[in-house]
Design a protein around this ligand. Structure first.
Ligand SMILES: [Zn+2]
Length: 300
């Protein structure tokens, strides 16, 4: 039985919540991508219109490393002023190392990255950004002045708690807080089609009773209704896919970043993969890479 192990995992209400909440976040991300992309495109256009200096190309080959911003040419300094002017928290939070100054004039997303968490130098567009990056953009860039920052920050906080949950579990009280936070944010963005759709899907995910999978196990007697049977199959396949996407994302973050951010989650994640044959097979390559990295770390 293919989904037997998944079914057993979903019997753990805390883990089921964790997967649901993670899938909601990915759904939000899908809605935020076209919205932030189109807003930043307009923002970039507006900024260019207002100042002729900004329409001139970079005179040197300006680049930024860390906080070194003194070596910019006049044109790039103009862009830097624009960023500081439109940043809600310029004294602490501008991640200049995300940016290639020469591209500020040409690429709206190069401008957007100044408002995002660090580590995004090679990112080229909204479709490569996760929910956290996009929420930070909305939080810090005054372009999004119509969105209440408290609502954005609540969702960012929930996202951090979820992604760093050592146990890969969240309880019902946490889910209610998360649902309220998502609701408050999405209410303000309801006029954006992609986010109205995301809101509808999120509501569906949060109200769906995934325990249908549990009752649907064929070896449980008295269940076999053809209708529910096929519905169970569809649901289970989707849930299995969502779970895999979420676990994949966590593993990639732990493998490719310095690992510090979510490191506390690693032991539980490895236990989970090793204790479940289906996951162990699916994530065999990632498990090997993690072991190799640990071995290297132990030596170094
Ligand atoms: Zn320059």
């Amino acid at each position: 039985m293919v989904f037997e192990e998944l079914t057993a995992r979903l019997n753990d209400a805390g883990y089921k919540n964790w997967v649901k909440a993670g899938h909601c976040l990915r759904t939000l991300q899908e809605g935020l991508r076209p919205y932030t992309d189109s807003e930043m495109r307009s923002f970039h256009r507006d900024v260019l219109k207002q100042d002729p200096l900004l329409r001139q190309s970079c005179r040197g080959s300006c680049s930024l490393k860390g906080d070194q911003v003194s070596s910019l040419c006049r044109e790039c300094l103009g862009w830097q002023r624009v960023i500081l002017h439109h940043h809600r928290c310029p004294e602490v939070k501008v991640n200049w190392e995300n940016c290639s100054p020469q591209a500020w004039r040409l690429e709206h997303w190069e401008l957007a990255k100044a408002f995002m968490p660090r580590g995004l130098l090679r990112v080229k567009g909204a479709e490569q950004c996760d929910a956290s990056a996009l929420l930070n953009l909305i939080n810090f860039c005054t372009r999004f002045h119509s969105v209440e920052t408290r609502a954005v920050r609540e969702v960012i906080q929930c996202r951090n708690e979820l992604m760093h949950s050592c146990e890969l579990r969240v309880d019902e009280a946490w889910m209610r807080r998360y649902q309220r936070a998502l609701g408050r944010l999405l209410q303000q963005l309801g006029h954006v089609a992609a986010l109205a759709e995301a809101g509808r899907q999120i509501k569906e995910i949060l109200t769906a009773d995934w325990s249908i999978c549990v009752t649907g196990l064929p070896h449980l007697q008295g269940f076999v209704e053809p209708d529910s049977g096929s519905r169970w199959e569809t649901n289970t396949e989707s849930i299995s896919r969502w779970e895999a996407e979420l676990l994949q994302e966590r593993l990639q973050e732990l493998l490719h970043d310095d690992g510090a951010q979510g490191a506390e989650q690693l032991p539980r994640l490895k236990d989970l993969l090793r204790a479940n044959r289906d996951l162990e097979e699916r994530f065999c390559a990632e498990l090997q890479a993690l072991s190799a990295r640990e071995a290297a770390g132990a030596v170094g």
